[in-house]
Design a binder for this molecule. Structure first.
Ligand code: SF4
Length: 139
């Protein structure tokens, strides 16, 4: 059976964008593509956990980052020595020009507002779209 895609959100503590990334990943791995995707704690990777690194080396990977520092993308590259398919909140805004972050009710780290929930939905859509295209290529 084909290996599930490993999707790693950044840890994003203290920012609603971090929560949006994590929630979008949960949406994909728990609700939309539970048989095709799994997630992994970024902290395990940064501390050099061998099991986590091995899993990443042998699986397709997606990184989801809340800001330009791209912690998930860079740590996957550094620790597993591979390139992940990158998603960032900024790319989402670049793609959806009608969305203005200043006009959205993002909410807080603990409780996303309607705008934050909408971004979770959009980000999960984008991730699923790319995953489905990856599946098509393998067939
Ligand atoms: S990418 Fe940005 S928001 Fe995410 S963990 Fe790194 S610094 Fe925080």
């Amino acid at each position: 059976m084909k290996k599930p895609v490993v999707i790693i959100p950044c840890s994003g503590i203290g920012k609603a964008y971090g929560t949006i990334c994590r929630e979008a990943v949960y949406e994909v791995v728990e609700r939309r593509r539970p048989d095709k995707a799994r997630t992994l704690c970024l902290g395990l990777l940064t501390k050099g956990d061998e099991e986590a690194i091995d899993l990443l080396k042998e699986s397709p990977c997606i990184s989801v980052d809340g800001c330009a520092k791209k912690c998930s993308y860079k740590n996957i590259e550094r620790m597993a020595e591979k390139t992940s398919i990158p998603f960032t909140i900024m790319d989402l805004f670049r793609k959806h020009r009608d969305l203005n972050p200043n006009d959205l009710d993002l909410g807080t780290v603990l409780h996303l507002g309607e705008g934050g929930k909408y971004l979770v939905h959009l980000l999960a859509d984008e991730i699923c779209h790319v995953m489905d295209r990856m599946g098509d290529k393998d067939e």
